[in-house]
Design a protein around this ligand. Structure first.
Ligand code: PBG
Length: 338
């Protein structure tokens, strides 16, 4: 007698295709895990404050503090001991040092340079990433120079070069322009090389979107309240994917070593495409608003904080990130150590 005819799905079933089989136990799930999150994947951002033994809470970022340099050194040591490879430093410039032209950005004794020198000396084996953009130094809170309502491109790049050289001389290992001016990567590479910094790495915030998720950061560095207008004439519109890829391509043509996508979770499609199209390290920034969402939702009892924290970061890895800038870095690294 002929066997009854069967649908394809039935045949697969008979052939043993039960996808739940591997999910039944912890050990079998561990064996087929496709991505991993380790301390090595994390970059810890630090907000630096003037003075000694100073710490200030940031109301919109529960658990994150601005720290004076001495306290930042203690944190840097812990980060190093936990296996976090690098820090990203952000200075909170005193208000009376913020000007139209952002000239404090290239003062060799500014807070950023003091922090770079001190941390480099105390913790030489952790990487120091210096953000290049004028917003911590300008009275109008923009990343570049202004003429009326216009953000000037080439004039801004000229100042960004002075800022970057200033940071490289103070010991920055990685220069990370987050300003989104055109042509700054090529100009920075040339200027760094000419000054003997051919080994300083350029990490371009290549695909940086004009995002509502930067709100708490602007509180943290004190640029939010003073910001005139928005940053849409230089940061990308959230609608655009192809334009983001063009930005990445352009920065790579200009010799960016690594690229960054920012914000993170809402832009993981861009991370995946950059990863697939270009053979370069790609980082993402889990920005202040992403951090705040999890913290405040957890504080309201809506989420399990640690589980949400881990899940969000695993998503970055699954999307193809080489590494993640995250305010959770210390917490995650401590948890992974346990
Ligand atoms: C500006 C800069 C911003 C962030 C890092 N560098 C904000 C902005 O573009 O206004 C945001 C990071 C965060 O939200 O955590 N150069």
């Amino acid at each position: 007698m002929m066997p009854p005819t069967r649908e394809k799905a039935d045949l697969d079933f008979l052939a043993g295709k039960r996808l739940r089989r591997t999910r039944q136990t912890g050990w079998s799930r561990a064996m087929v895990r496709e991505t991993d999150l380790t301390a090595r994947d994390l970059i810890l951002p630090l907000f630096i404050l003037e003075g000694e033994n100073q710490r200030e809470k940031i109301a919109t970022m529960p658990g994150v503090e601005r720290l004076s340099i001495d306290l930042a050194i203690t944190v840097a040591k812990e980060a190093r001991d936990l296996g976090i490879p690098a820090l990203a430093l952000f200075p909170c410039t005193q208000n009376d040092r913020r000007t139209e032209d952002g000239r404090e950005s290239y003062n060799p004794d500014n807070l950023m340079c003091q922090a770079l020198r001190a941390i480099k000396e105390a913790v030489p084996d952790i990487g120091l990433i210096a953000d290049v953009a004028l917003d911590p130094y300008t009275s109008h809170g923009h990343d570049g120079l202004m003429n009326g309502d216009t953000i000037l491109n080439d004039e801004s790049v000229a100042v960004l070069i002075k800022q970057a050289l200033n940071q490289a001389r103070a010991g920055a290992d990685v220069i990370a322009p987050s300003d989104m001016m055109d042509g700054r990567i090529g100009a920075l590479r040339e200027a760094l090389d000419a000054d003997g910094f051919e080994n300083v790495i350029l990490l371009s915030y290549a695909a940086k979107f004009a995002s509502a998720f930067y709100g708490p950061f602007r509180d943290a560095v004190g640029s939010g309240a003073r910001l005139k207008g928005d940053k849409k004439t230089y940061q990308l519109e959230p609608y655009n994917r192809e334009e983001a890829l063009r930005e990445v391509e352009q920065d790579l043509l200009e010799a960016a070593d690594w690229v960054m996508v920012k914000p993170g979770l809402a832009y993981l499609d861009i991370v995946r495409e950059v990863k697939d199209q270009f053979d370069v390290p790609v980082f993402a920034y889990q920005v202040s608003g992403e951090y705040a969402q999890i913290e405040f939702a957890a504080a309201a009892g809506a989420l399990d904080r640690d589980a949400a924290m881990m899940e969000s970061l695993i998503a970055f890895k699954r999307a193809g990130c080489t590494g993640i800038l995250t305010y959770f870095a210390l917490d995650v690294a401590r948890r992974l150590r346990r």
